[in-house]
Ligand binder design. Structure first.
Ligand SMILES: C[S@@+](CC[C@H](N)C(=O)[O-])C[C@H]1O[C@@H](n2cnc3c(N)ncnc32)[C@H](O)[C@@H]1O
Ligand code: SF4
Length: 493
């Protein structure tokens, strides 16, 4: 990477937001489950859509996970799992009773969480069967089950590998036992490789794994060894997430008390070297970073993200903590599992939070925010979707980005530059409606899933992340010292 690029500071503070919710400003729904039928034409002709099915359970609580909702003990004395799956099935049936989804084409299904794989084999089968009974699933569908290696016994591996599920996502995090223990992962280090090999032997090879870097005690050596094992396992897709300490999690408390070492600052040389190493090793191993932090071999892009973010079709999301997006609304289901079950039993949707009907402007902002995870906005596609020109709609934002060297304007697209890639979350924040920074009420809602991350962004003024209109921050002395250290490190490796 060239030193000039590393030495530039186009914004005052780099944003390391790991996932984006757009638009973040939602409010409490006062119309109950009827919200959809009152505000949306549910009898419109069928649409193309994706289906997210949330499983809000985990066997253990990882110490700094923002997705955690509830523990599901092995003995499950109160039958919560069965009751929950009953509720999901009722919910699916109800959604499919409307023409919009019942007659639409389901392009992609994703069981996530929490931990989708925690469910008993019989319950997974009930969910998979219900998807195909209730909806018109596209012939070319992709169906992902997200989960953890700890949950896979022989029976589950046998069922899943011969079921309509055709893609697995595993939370691997690391292959190092000490690291897994310090972050509180449910599985043992050997489980992930064992389960991946067992699935491969049964013919299910479309496997993706999540890895994290910069966990407490994680060194460059361990990281390189994690990447090497990944390569040996020959999985076609992986993601790398920078480990974050989320406020009010057990890990946050342990670190505050000095019982666990804090992760390194992401701006340190070691962390930057970890990121660079992952990119370089991935390239050498035949993977492409086709999307921010997502790597795949040819033909193995994550199609769930592709449909939702690149093609921008409707998302129907069911289960506590999940968010739908269609007809200009974002609709959220709070993370209270018992409330969700009660609502399903009463044949009612649980819709806890909603946006106002998004203006065309906000719908376009939302598209740009997500499409930029793929580094570019294609003018013709944008125009085919919205009937207007991207360069006209976002003339001020684009001019600012171009002036700072974060994007280039090609004949058919706006493309992130190398500098734009380094600062990509700040670039994305440029397209956030400034009104977001004035909205404090929705961000204080505790059980609205993942709000915590947006609270961190909203805790600072817009100018903290983006600076003034024309500011470019350039601190050559400090940054160049760091660059030369980085060069030294490169030479040592
Ligand atoms: C919803 S979890 C799904 C995986 C599955 N439940 C498991 O952990 O085995 C998605 C991913 O979020 C990532 N994640 C969890 N805690 C994180 C943290 N504190 N910082 C960054 N990423 C995190 C992990 O890589 C995890 O696999
Ligand atoms: S990382 Fe996965 S298993 Fe761990 S708490 Fe989060 S969702 Fe649950």
């Amino acid at each position: 990477m060239n030193a000039d690029v590393l030495s530039q500071k186009p914004y005052p503070n780099k944003c390391y937001l790991p996932f984006i919710l757009y638009p973040p400003g939602m409010h409490r729904n006062t119309e109950g489950g009827n919200f959809v039928t009152t505000n949306i034409d549910m009898e419109q002709p069928g649409v193309d859509f994706t289906l997210y099915i949330g499983v809000p359970f985990c066997r253990t609580r990882c110490k700094s996970c923002p997705y955690f909702v509830s523990l599901l003990p092995e003995n499950d004395k109160h039958n919560r799992e069965d009751d929950y799956v009953d509720a999901l099935l009722m919910d699916m049936k109800k959604w499919s009773s409307y023409r919009k989804f019942g007659e639409g084409t389901l392009k992609n299904i994703y069981i996530g969480g929490g931990t989708g794989s925690v469910l008993k084999t019989a319950n997974l089968k009930r969910i998979v069967d219900a998807v195909f009974e209730n909806f018109n699933v596209d012939a070319d569908y992709e169906f992902t089950l997200e989960g953890n290696a700890r949950d896979y016994d022989d029976e589950k591996i046998e069922y899943v590998s011969h079921s309509q599920i055709n893609r697995l996502s595993l939370g691997v995090q690391s292959f190092n036992p000490e690291i897994l223990s310090v972050i509180g992962s449910p599985h043992a280090a050997v489980d992930s490789a064992r389960v991946i090999r067992a699935f491969q032997a049964k013919g299910l090879t479309n496997i993706q794994m999540d890895l994290m870097y910069n966990m407490p005690g994680h060194t460059l050596e361990i990281w390189k060894s994690d990447l090497k094992i990944l390569n040996e396992l020959n999985v076609p897709h992986f993601t790398i997430y920078l480990y974050r300490i989320h406020n009010e999690t057990p890990q946050h408390k342990l670190i505050s008390k000095g019982k666990v070492a804090a992760p390194e600052n992401p701006e340190t040389i070691m962390v930057k070297a970890m990121y660079r190493e992952a990119k370089q090793m991935a390239e050498d191993m035949g993977y492409t970073m086709y999307m921010v932090d997502h790597f795949c071999k040819p033909g193995y892009e994550n199609m769930y993200n592709h449909w939702n973010w690149k093609v921008y079709i409707d998302t129907l999301a069911i289960g506590p903590g999940s968010y739908s997006y269609f007809d200009g609304f974002r609709l959220g289901t709070e993370s209270d599992i018992e409330k969700y079950i009660e609502h399903a039993r009463r044949d009612e949707f649980l819709i806890s939070s909603i946006t106002d009907k998004m203006s065309p402007r906000v719908q376009r902002e939302r598209y740009v925010v997500f499409a930029l995870l793929y580094y570019a906005i294609e003018y013709a596609f944008y125009e085919s979707k919205f009937g207007t020109s991207f360069l006209d709609d976002f003339a001020d934002e684009v001019a600012r980005l171009e002036r700072k060297g974060l994007v280039t304007l090609e004949h058919d697209r706006m493309q992130l530059t190398e500098l734009g890639l380094i600062w990509h979350t700040n670039v994305i924040l440029e397209f956030f409606n400034p009104a977001f920074w004035g909205d404090t009420s929705s961000l204080s809602e505790k059980n609205w899933s993942l709000n915590g991350v947006m609270v961190e962004v909203g805790a600072h003024e817009r100018s903290y992340w983006l600076g003034g209109e024309d500011q470019t921050f350039f601190h050559p002395l400090i940054e160049i010292a760091q660059v030369s250290e980085e060069k030294d490190l490169e030479n040592v490796q």
